[in-house]
Each structure stands twice: as structure tokens, then as C-alpha cells.
Design a protein around this ligand. Structure first.
Ligand code: ADP
Length: 338
């Protein structure tokens, strides 16, 4: 097959006819078409392979995700179980701790009670003497009143009766103090007049101070100040500290106990100083530890109990030896405003 071509030759009336063969063109076009078809087929196959690969990857990823999720859920379940286990243990421990704390509080109460009873035992003789004096004075006043009455001297009788009333008040104060001191239980913190707590302690051991001839300086230092405490317990602390100071001063002719009070708006600091030998090294090294005692008859519990009591009021008790000799016990208490 040929393609017939014709063109007029200019300036002549001739026409040039050309017969061009079609085979080479058809061959080229067929080759091109085959090439395009091949490229398209390869591209399609590649696309299909890519699509297949993507689909498989997505499938794999989905199953991987499902596995990971299942694993996570397992782990969460495990952790939840462990946590609820731990929670249960914690609750049990908290309960155990609460029981132990209440047992400890009870033990402390009992220890404090034992300490008060021991103090009462020690001071019984002094207190009996303290009561005997006014009782003897009451007896004398009563005898005198009888004589004055016989003589018709009513003014003197009235004077004696007033004396008797005053003396019975003193006896009542001492016995009341003893009764309160021996009472059980943990009283709630209250506002305690510091000066009165010091004098309450003196009602119980004043006689021993007198007998040993030891002056208490600064007895009135706490007057007008209030602290957050329990009156009886605070008196118990003072009785213990004064007794320890008196023990330390035993046999020293010029012994003295001094009370120093300093305060801010929030705190009151009471220092009890003595001119004794100061704290023994083995006591100072483990202060407020039970059964540390240097006394043959000592129990080594007084200071531990004082520490418990003061801590119970939100205060602190500390002790040191003074450079000039003697011991210094410092009570740091919350100040109360009436
Ligand atoms: P106890 O009086 O039964 O020994 P305490 O706990 O009251 O128990 O005292 C413990 C020890 O602390 C005493 O044995 C004593 O050695 C020492 N101590 C306490 N107060 C003083 C003080 N004012 N001066 C010297 N030592 C003291």
C-alpha cells in the first residue's frame, strides 16, 4: 500500500505525483502502540502490586494494633488488680496503725497515771505534814475561841473563826490538788494560767523545798500568762522537774532553783534551772529515753512522761547542762489568749 501525494509545480502547469509507501510508518506506529501498551500494563501491574502490598500492610497493622490493644488491656487489668491489692493492704496497714496508735496513747496515759501515783506516794508524807500544820492551827484556834467565848470576848472569837475558815481553805486546796492530780484520763487542752500551775505544783512539793532549804526564784514569773495545756498535766511536769532539781541539789548547801519565763505572741518558754551538777553524760546522750536513770531508786520514766505530756499540748521539752553548772530544762508551749 502507498499513499498518493500530488502537488502543483509552480510556474508550470505540471503536477508532481508521488506514491509514498505506508509500511515503515505503520510499523513505527505499531511498535509505539505496543510499547505504550507494555508500559501501561507494567504500570498497572505495579499499581496493583502496590495496592496489594498496602492492603496487606494495613491488615498486618490492624492485627498488630489489635494485639497491642489486647496486651495493653491485659496490662491495665493486671495493674488494676495490683493496685486494688496494694490499696487493700494499705487500708489494712492504716487500720493496724490506728489500732497501734490508740494502744500507744492508752499506754502513755497509763504510764502518766503510774507516774502521778508514784509522785503521790513519794509526797504523801510531805502532804500529810502540810495538812497537819493547818489542822493543828485550827485546833489551837478552836481552843482559844472556847476560852474567849467564856470570857465574852466575841471579837476575838470572830477573829479565830476567820482564821479557822482560812486554814480549812488551805487544807481543802491541798486535798483538792491531790485528788485532781490522781485523776485518770487525758484531759482536753485548755487555757491554763501559768502562774497558778506553778503554784499548784508547789502545793504538792513546797514542803520538800522548805525541808531542803532550796529557794525557788521567779515563782511568779508566769503570772498573767496563759498556755495551752491541761492544768493537772502541766503541774505534773513541774512536779517532775522540781523533784529532779531537788534530787540534783540534795546535800548542796547553797542550791537554788530558778524559773525564767519568756514569751512572744504565740509561744511561752519556761526554763527551769538549777545549780546542781548538771546532766550526767550518759543521760544527756539519750535524753527522754525510758529507764535512763542515775538514781539508785530511780525509774528513769519521769522525763519521758514529761516529754509525752508536753508534746501532747503541741509543745516541746528540751534539756541541757549549763556552762556555769547545773541543768536547764526548757518547756516551749503554745501561748493562749483568754
Ligand atoms: P528518774 O528521776 O527516775 O531517774 P527521770 O526521767 O526523771 O527519771 O530522770 C532521768 C535522769 O535524768 C535522772 O536519773 C538524772 O540522772 C537526770 N536528771 C534529770 N533532771 C536532772 C537535773 N535537774 N540535774 C541533773 N540530772 C538530772
Amino acid at each position: 500500500t502507498f499513499i498518493a501525494l500530488a502537488r502543483a509545480v509552480p510556474t508550470t502547469d505540471w503536477t508532481l505525483h508521488l506514491l509514498a509507501p505506508t509500511e515503515p510508518e505503520v510499523m513505527r506506529a505499531t511498535l509505539l502502540a505496543r510499547g505504550i501498551a507494555l508500559a501501561a500494563t507494567v504500570a498497572l501491574m505495579l499499581l496493583a502490586a502496590f495496592g496489594l502490598w498496602r492492603w496487606r500492610r494495613a491488615g498486618e497493622r490492624r492485627s498488630e494494633e489489635a494485639r497491642a490493644r489486647a496486651e495493653l488491656e491485659d496490662r491495665v487489668a493486671e495493674r488494676t488488680a495490683a493496685l486494688s491489692d496494694a490499696n487493700g493492704r494499705l487500708l489494712a496497714e492504716a487500720e493496724e496503725r490506728r489500732r497501734a496508735e490508740s494502744a500507744l496513747a492508752q499506754l502513755r496515759d497509763e504510764r502518766a497515771q503510774v507516774n502521778r501515783l508514784a509522785i503521790m506516794g513519794q509526797i504523801a508524807a510531805s502532804v500529810a505534814h502540810e495538812i497537819n500544820q493547818p489542822v493543828a492551827a485550827i485546833r489551837t484556834s478552836a481552843d482559844n475561841s472556847a476560852i474567849h467565848l467564856e470570857r465574852g470576848n466575841t471579837a476575838a472569837v470572830a477573829r479565830n473563826l476567820a482564821t479557822i475558815a482560812g486554814l480549812t481553805e488551805r487544807v481543802g486546796a491541798i486535798t483538792g490538788q491531790l485528788r485532781a492530780f490522781g485523776r485518770r484520763g487525758t484531759p482536753a487542752p485548755e487555757l491554763v494560767p501559768l502562774g497558778e500551775a506553778v503554784r499548784g505544783a508547789l502545793l504538792l512539793i513546797g514542803h520538800r523545798l522548805k525541808r531542803q532549804g532550796v529557794p525557788l526564784e521567779g515563782e511568779e514569773a508566769g503570772d498573767g500568762l496563759f498556755v495551752v495545756a491541761s492544768r493537772v498535766r502541766l503541774e505534773q511536769v513541774f512536779v517532775n522537774l522540781f523533784q529532779n532539781a531537788l534530787d540534783a541539789l540534795d546535800g548542796r548547801p547553797d542550791g537554788v532553783i530558778r524559773l525564767i519565763v519568756a514569751y512572744t505572741d504565740e509561744r511561752v518558754r519556761v526554763s527551769v534551772l538549777d545549780s546542781g551538777p548538771g546532766l550526767a553524760p550518759e543521760v544527756a546522750a539519750a535524753l527522754f529515753t525510758p529507764f535512763r536513770t542515775t538514781k539508785p531508786q530511780g525509774l528513769g520514766l519521769g522525763l519521758v512522761i514529761c516529754h509525752d505530756i508536753v508534746t501532747g499540748f503541741g509543745g516541746t521539752l528540751s534539756a541541757s547542762s549549763r556552762s556555769e553548772g547545773g541543768a536547764c530544762f526548757v518547756l516551749d508551749l503554745k501561748r493562749g489568749m483568754p
